[in-house]
Design a protein. Structure first.
Length: 104
């Protein structure tokens, strides 16, 4: 069987970051983050203040056409996926991927 992913990690946080980085490149996003319900970054396509700002304001900023938000429950905790960019990523697929990553 051919492994489609070149970069993998058994560490959940790193695996989530690798997924978000891949999605960021694929959809030409400026930022893609996974945050907890308090707005704290769990994983981000690019670390830094930009990720923290998006994570902290995702649900409020969702009214913007350039912000895409999807709720996801991980390990019994409500979390949020937030992407910033003109082209919307497949948020359902991203939520499913995070579910797989954090449930394994």
């Amino acid at each position: 069987m051919h492994e489609r992913r070149r970069h993998r990690s058994e560490i959940k946080g790193q695996a989530a970051e690798l997924y978000l980085q891949h999605a960021q490149r694929s959809f030409r996003l400026q930022q893609f983050v996974l945050a907890n319900e308090d707005g704290l970054v769990i994983a981000a396509s690019e670390p830094g203040e930009d990720a923290e700002l998006l994570a902290g304001t995702a649900e409020i900023a969702a009214a913007s056409p350039a912000i895409h938000v999807q709720g996801v429950e991980l390990l019994g905790q409500r979390c949020v996926l937030a992407a910033r960019g003109q082209r919307a990523p497949d948020m359902g697929a991203a939520a499913a991927a995070m579910g797989r990553i954090f449930s394994s």
